[in-house]
Design a protein around this ligand. Sequence first.
Ligand code: NAP
Length: 502
Amino acid sequence: MDSDQSDHGADVEVAIVGSGYAGLCMGIKLRERGIADFVILEQNAEFGGTWRVNSYPGAACDIPSHLYSFSFAQNADWSRKFPRQPELLAYAEDIVRRYRLAPHLRLGHGLLAADYDEARGRWRLRTAHGELSARNLVLATGGLSRAALPALPGLDSFAGKVFHSARWDHGYDLRGKRVAVIGTGASAIQFVPEIAPLVAQLDLYQRTAPWVLPRPDRAITAAERWLLRRLPPLRKLYRLLTYVRYESRYLVFAGPSWLAGVAARLGRRHLRRQLPHDAALRARLAPSYRPGCKRMLLSNDYYPALARANVGLHTCGIAAVRPRGIVGADGVERAVDAIIFATGFDVEHALGAVAVRGRGGALLADAARGGLAAYRGATVPGFPNMYMIAGPNTGLGHNSMIYMIESGARYAVEAVLARRRAGWRALEVRDDVCRQYNQRLQARFKGTAWASGCRSWYLASGGRNSALWPGFTFEYRRITRRFDAPAYVATSAHLEEGHRAL
Ligand code: NAP
């Protein structure tokens, strides 16, 4: 793959930012509809996004393999019910090969700045490898890309090893080390059981006990794979039934409260069964908020790992970091050789240092303060010809993100085509339409688990949920099926030479 390819000065129809599943999907869908003039900009040296970057031990997905894959590229050969990171990455690699995306990939081309040129109706992009211009800018950067590191007092003075779960240092040998892990979210509960048997001592700092449910994972047998390969209708039916089963979990989050009660009972029973002999430990692991308010976790080996003699669960909070250890709020200093942050991601500032400037120089980062309000998760007033895949309020707590990605990509492709067909210079979502859409959307959180009062990455500063989709996923599919031009202001102007309308 040619990662040195430079697009200096190039004009493309579409520039996609991010080469995770969302960026790859967008590329495939564009080509399917006859647009081959696109590039996929990727800041890392390799494509794959989340499933390339999150390579920590035990990394896996909580959605079944047969559902966590593209509808148009189903795979009969998943080895397990729940896919692990290496297999998800291999799937992404296969997708790039099968759909011949390599010539479009610009690896190591991190986007540094994007400026909308109103006169030309084009985006001027500055990357680590030069400049290019694009009629349409598609942000497929996802919300979980910017590692969040808490500013613990004294952290700079720490003399040992420090890394974040999303930047796992595979060169650092954990064997025999004293390790502190901070955080007990989806990432931590996957790698803690993996590293606990290797390290001399593991101090796990828990701020909030998560809800953990059984993980019904198992290998998919050779006979099952054979059947799924030989009988595509069976594979499709299996995928559909899996979708329906996971979709019904939405009711735990937004349905009658007795369903949340059922989930809570399952969680408490799981805890009791996994740690039958340690009531004191169970008490510290018992969640105190409504299930689903934060991401519900699936694991069969997390609780047992905490019962190991070399693992300590600390719920006291962290007062400070010293050169050779961590001082808990209980005043005790515990010596450690390494600190691993499993503290999640900064969703509100996901775009980080990338300056995306829309009409009149407005900064996307400013619009995102307090949580970005987008229309159908895709478009933002003031940012013409810009689309997001897996954008604001499209995240899920209950079903496959791939379904949302495919929906969003379809909407963006339809918009790109609509503009070309009509010969418009630009399309920009109407401010009033976006505002009303968000009012209705926010109202749907009322009474759901997500609005039941816990602190989570779903909520931006100020408490607005700009991460999650508050409905059934098929509702999002329905509103992204077609591009709704009346919701947009179209700037009609004669097109520049070389860019004829279709
Ligand atoms: P996360 O769910 O945001 O968890 C971060 C953890 O760090 C929480 O336990 C949090 O405690 C704790 N924390 C944050 N700041 C802290 C501080 N200053 N002091 C002490 N503790 C602190 O992050 P994540 O585990 O990386 O997961 C992020 C998301 O990625 C998930 O929700 C999920 O959507 C996705 N993911 C999915 C999978 C999967 O499919 N299995 C696996 C990994 C990640 P509080 O709860 O008190 O805030």
